[in-house]
Design a protein around this ligand. Structure first.
Ligand code: B12
Length: 214
C-alpha cells in the first residue's frame, strides 16, 4: 500500500466526527473492492495506531486515538456488513465472545460476519465474557463450535480457565474450540488444549469449515 493510501486510512480512522469512514467505505465498495479487503486495509491502519501508542517514550497516539479509531472501525463494520455475500447452505452454530477483562471486539465481529456469510449461525456473547456465561450459552444453544478472542496479554490466560470450566461441566468434548486475537499464539492454543488457533478471520473460517466437514 502506498504512503498516500495509508495516510488516507489513518485520516479516516482518526476522524472524530465519524463521517469520513462511511464515505471511504462506500467509495471503495463503489470501486469494486471486496468488503473483507477494506477491513484488512483498515486493520493495518489500526495496527499503525497501536504501534504509535505502544511505547511511552515515543508515543504519538493516545488512548483517545484508540477510542476514536475503535468507534470508526465499528462504523465501518456497519457499512460493510450488508455487502458480504451470504451462503444459503446452513453449516451449524458458533458461540463467540471476547474473554473476561477484555473489551476489544472488532476482530471478533469481523470473524462473526465471515462465519455468517458462510452459512454459520453465530451467537455473539459480546465482550468481557465470564466462563460461567460461556458454559450457560453452550448448554442453551448446543453449538458445534466455540470461538474466543483476546487481544490483551493480561486476559489471554482466561481462555484456559474457560477450557477447564468446560471440562468440569463435562462439555469439553461436545464442542470444538477455536481461539484468536492478537494475544494468542499457536503454542498457547496447544498448551491449553483447544482444537485450533486462527491467525486471522480467513484462517479461522477455514478451520471452522474443516470442523464441520470432518
Ligand atoms: C482499537 C483498540 C482499542 C479500542 C477497542 C475498541 C473495540 N470496540 O474493540 C479501545 C479504545 C476500547 C481499547 C482499549 C484498550 N486497549 Co487497545 N487497542 C486497539 C487497537 C489499536 C486495535 C485493535 C483492533 O481492533 N485491531 C483490528 C482487528 C481486526 O484486529 P484483531 O482484533 O487482532 O483481529 C484479527 C486477528 O487477531 C483475528 N481474530 C481476533 N479475534 C479472533 C477470534 C477468533 C476465534 C479467530 C479465529 C480470529 C480472531 O482476526 C482479525 C484479523 O482477521 C490495538 C492495536 C493492535 N495493533 O491491535 C490496541 C491494543 C490491543 N490495545 C492495547 C491496550 C494496552 C489497551 C488498553 C489497556 C489501554 C488503556 N490504557 O486503557 C485498553 C484495554 C481495555 C480492555 N479492558 O479491554 C494494547 C494491548 C497490549 C497488550 N500487550 O496486551 C494494544 C496492542 C495497543 C498497543 N500496541 O499497546 N483498545
Amino acid at each position: 500500500m502506498s504512503k498516500r493510501d495509508s495516510d488516507a486510512i489513518l485520516e479516516v480512522l482518526l476522524d472524530f466526527g465519524g463521517r469520513k469512514i462511511r464515505e471511504y467505505c462506500l467509495k471503495r465498495l463503489d470501486e469494486g473492492t471486496e468488503p473483507y479487503r477494506i477491513f484488512e486495509d483498515l486493520s493495518m491502519g489500526l495496527e499503525e495506531i497501536g504501534k504509535g501508542y505502544e511505547s511511552e517514550s515515543s508515543r504519538i497516539y493516545f488512548t483517545s486515538d484508540l477510542i476514536v479509531a475503535g468507534r470508526n472501525m465499528k462504523r465501518a463494520i456497519e457499512v460493510l456488513k450488508p455487502h458480504f455475500k451470504r451462503s444459503l447452505r446452513a453449516r451449524g452454530r458458533v458461540v463467540v465472545g471476547t474473554v473476561k477483562g477484555d473489551v476489544h471486539d472488532i476482530g471478533k465481529s469481523i470473524f462473526s460476519i465471515m462465519l455468517e456469510s458462510n452459512g454459520f449461525e453465530v451467537i455473539d456473547l459480546g465482550v468481557d465474557v465470564a466462563k460461567e456465561d460461556f458454559v450457560a450459552k453452550i448448554k442453551e444453544f448446543k453449538p458445534e463450535i466455540l470461538g474466543m478472542s483476546s487481544l490483551l496479554t493480561s486476559t489471554v490466560s482466561y481462555m484456559g480457565d474457560v477450557v477447564e470450566e468446560l471440562k468440569r461441566m463435562n462439555l469439553r468434548d461436545k464442542v470444538k474450540i477455536i481461539i484468536g486475537g492478537r494475544a494468542v499464539t499457536e503454542d498457547f492454543a496447544k498448551r491449553i488444549g483447544v482444537d485450533a488457533y486462527g491467525k486471522d478471520c480467513i484462517d479461522g473460517l477455514r478451520k471452522c469449515l474443516s470442523f464441520i466437514d470432518a
